[in-house]
Design a protein around this ligand. Structure first.
Ligand SMILES: [Zn+2]
Length: 350
């Protein structure tokens, strides 16, 4: 039977977390005219924000623009939602327009996707910071299946989480796991767990699979965070993508993106895997109900024989754990001391 990519999200998608005891609860609709989106010349925006300069890189059919900021290089292409930050893919809500040779960006993209990149990620203080790590699936919810040895995503995710927990505990984080064994756990309970413990950060760990066996070549890493209100999602699966909804987690739009970028970068470095980018989704229950910054990492495709072989290797999963840990104990603009080992030889030919 052809399985959806993420059984977990599919089966429980429309449910949202039970509200915390007060104020901001589940999704609400934005008041009329709450979201005002306008098109702003990138050059004007960078002038106003005292960053830049913006340079036009090409006059070909795809006009390309570069913004050099103190902490990175942004590449924008006309009429293309895919943008690049320090060479890494991320997804705008709206394709940039080009007028009189200038790039125009949607104001929501500027405030929700560009501005956060230019600011450093402020990790919670070392003395009392708490992360909830969420190994995807569990129990009868198997997740995807490895084409190499028939193992399930739920087991790999738990192993990855355990390895990450060990590393973070020795690096200033208090760590809790939503599950520590092979049990069923509703998505809403995972959110409630993080709420109950007043987590500072929630990280859900998963592995991926292509929807069709014909796509067994598909591979790579992607990191999700919730879509800002007013913006279309990168990924919707079969769900409605009502851009007017405001979720509790939307209070952390900027932090979500910063964590996602940071984690995606370090995981890519360690794995050498294909970059599927930082993406936005609105249907993921474990993300949108969170009352703290939250991301979901897809650590590779179990439907790809080459990637599945790597994931089956404990040494590789240790490297994935080290990569996520590195992202959460260093500042985003710091020169990266990230594990620079070559993962190919020992992992692919153990
Ligand atoms: Zn999953």
């Amino acid at each position: 039977m052809k399985m959806p990519v993420e059984t977990e999200h599919i089966t429980e998608g429309p449910t949202i977390a039970p509200p915390p005891t007060n104020a901001t609860t589940g999704a609400i609709h934005a008041p009329t005219n709450h979201i005002v989106s306008t098109w702003i010349p990138l050059q004007k925006w960078t002038d106003d924000h005292k960053v830049g300069p913006v340079q036009r890189l090409s006059n070909n059919t795809v006009p390309t623009f570069a913004l050099k900021a103190p902490n990175g290089l942004l590449i924008i292409r006309g009429y293309d939602k895919v943008a690049y930050w320090n060479g890494m893919e991320f997804h705008l809500g709206f394709a940039p327009q080009v007028q009189n040779g200038q790039a125009l960006l949607n104001s929501l993209d500027l405030s929700k996707n560009i501005e956060p990149l230019l600011q450093p990620l402020a990790l919670p203080g070392r003395t009392n910071r708490l992360i909830v790590i969420d190994p995807g699936h569990g129990g009868s919810n198997l997740g995807t299946k490895s084409v190499v040895d028939g193992s399930y995503e739920k087991a790999f995710a738990l192993d990855w989480a355990n390895r990450l927990a060990q590393l973070l505990e020795t690096n200033g984080w208090k760590v809790l796991l939503t599950r520590t064994s092979d049990i069923d756990m509703a998505l809403t309970n995972r959110v409630a767990f993080a709420d109950m413990h007043k987590a500072d950060l929630f990280v859900s760990l998963h592995f991926n699979a292509a929807p069709s066996p014909a796509d067994h070549d598909e591979s790579g890493i992607e990191t999700f965070c919730v879509t800002p209100t007013g913006m279309p999602s990168t990924l919707t699966r079969e769900y409605d993508d009502d851009a007017t909804l405001i979720f509790p987690n939307n209070r952390f739009d900027a932090e979500n993106l910063k964590y996602a970028i940071q984690v995606q970068r370090t995981v890519l470095k360690v794995s050498g895997a294909k970059d599927h980018g930082v993406r936005r989704a609105r249907f993921m229950t474990v993300l949108r109900g969170q009352n703290c910054p939250a991301i979901l990492v897809e650590g590779g495709y179990l439907s790809n024989p080459r990637e599945a072989r790597r994931i089956a290797n404990p040494a590789y999963r240790q490297k994935l754990a080290e990569a996520v840990a590195k992202a959460l104990v260093e500042k985003i603009e710091a020169p990266s001391p990230v594990v620079e080992t070559n993962p190919t030889n020992d992992v692919l030919n153990p």
